[in-house]
Design a protein around this ligand. Structure first.
Ligand code: F6R
Length: 256
């Protein structure tokens, strides 16, 4: 596979791939190997630009008959609050258009925090309970924010243990404004799996691409375990796979 490189850092396997296609294929290999092992398990998905290359590859494999997601349950990391499901900026909408409309995950087996719930605190409890009820949370896909967030777990004094209602930081609102007409239109809150919720997955697949992520990828993998960088908690997880493109890997490689 091109100029692929694999490094082992403590419990973390890091793949470095040349280009987004190769990142998507490698991430799909990791996902599909979990799926072969546990075809009826619960899987956690992510939104944002990063996992799109993975979703395109999963769609291609579904179309050529080599992928079957018919028995999985799908959870998602997070959702803006408030937002309606039919808003084309909602994460629910994103998952439908980028993945679920094109593969065979059953609609009744999909769950995502609701941006329409009347009471966000109650919705956090419902969502956390739904995940915890699963004893087969096989794999969680995560991207990483430029501030080190996974899900919307923004820099904080402690790692959030459970699904929580958060106020988005200015840095996240600015980063996500590219999807909206203006920064003023980005919702100010979100409901997100906690770092503890993510850590319950048997395996975590972190994908990062582009030079803007290079520094935070290095800090998350090689830096102190610090809730100011929520991805650094993954150093305590026993089964993490990281897939990077060469741009996102630059600072990490420079420090080895
Ligand atoms: C998305 C999510 C976020 C993104 C992160 C990176 O569900 O929880 O943590 O993964 O903000 O976003 P992109 O991939 O757009 O750079």
């Amino acid at each position: 596979m091109g100029n692929s490189q694999a490094i082992n850092l403590n419990n973390i396997t890091v793949y470095i791939e040349d280009g987004l296609d190769a990142v998507g294929k490698r991430a799909a290999d990791v996902f599909c190997s979990a799926l072969t092992d546990a075809p009826t398990a619960a899987y956690g998905f992510a939104t944002g630009s990063t996992p799109v290359c993975l979703y395109q590859e999963l769609i291609a494999r579904y179309k050529d008959g080599s992928l079957d997601m018919g028995e999985i349950s799908a959870f998602n990391l997070d959702e803006y609050y408030p937002i309606t499901k039919d808003n084309d900026q909602s994460y629910d909408y994103f998952m439908s258009t980028e993945l679920f409309n094109h593969v065979n995950v059953k609609p009744e087996n999909r769950d995502i925090p609701s941006g329409e719930a009347p009471n966000p605190a109650a919705e956090c409890l419902r969502y956390e309970a739904a995940i915890r009820a699963r004893k087969d949370f096989k794999l969680q896909i995560v991207g990483i924010g430029e501030n080190g967030h996974i899900g919307f777990n923004e820099p904080a004094a402690t790692f959030p243990a459970t699904t929580n209602y958060v106020e988005l930081t200015e840095s996240t609102i600015t980063a996500n404004a590219r999807f909206f007409d203006s920064a003023a239109d980005v919702p100010k809150h979100a409901i997100t799996m906690g770092v503890g919720t993510i850590m319950m997955a048997e395996q975590v697949l972190l994908i990062a691409t582009g030079s803007k992520k290079s520094q935070i990828v290095r800090d998350s993998i090689l830096g102190d375990i610090d809730p100011q960088v929520s991805a650094s908690a993954l150093q305590m997880h026993r089964n993490v796979t990281v897939v990077l493109d060469t741009d996102a890997a630059r600072d990490l490689l420079a420090q080895l």
